[in-house]
Ligand binder design. Structure first.
Ligand code: SF4
Ligand code: SF4
Length: 68
């Protein structure tokens, strides 16, 4: 099943990845990372991620790895 892993401490909270997921699966977490930003997180309880890589391609900080 495709999924993504977000490296929280690379994330600068720019939210770009949240705008491109066709399934709206990427949101911002409540917690702060080591840089003091709210990091992006995957919320995919029903396994809807298709592994399309849009979120990873959009991330300027290469914080997202896609597994499929
Ligand atoms: S790989 Fe595609 S479907 Fe999966 S979280 Fe990223 S943008 Fe969404
Ligand atoms: S695009 Fe990258 S840096 Fe921006 S919020 Fe998403 S994971 Fe974080």
């Amino acid at each position: 099943m495709p999924t993504i892993v977000i490296d929280e401490d690379r994330c600068k909270g720019c939210q770009l990845c949240t705008t491109v997921c066709p399934k709206d699966l990427v949101t911002m977490a409540e917690n702060f990372n080591a840089k003091g930003y709210h990091p992006a997180k995957l919320e995919d309880p029903e396994g809807e991620c298709t592994g399309c890589t849009m979120c990873a391609l959009m991330c300027p900080d290469v914080a997202i790895t896609v597994y499929r």
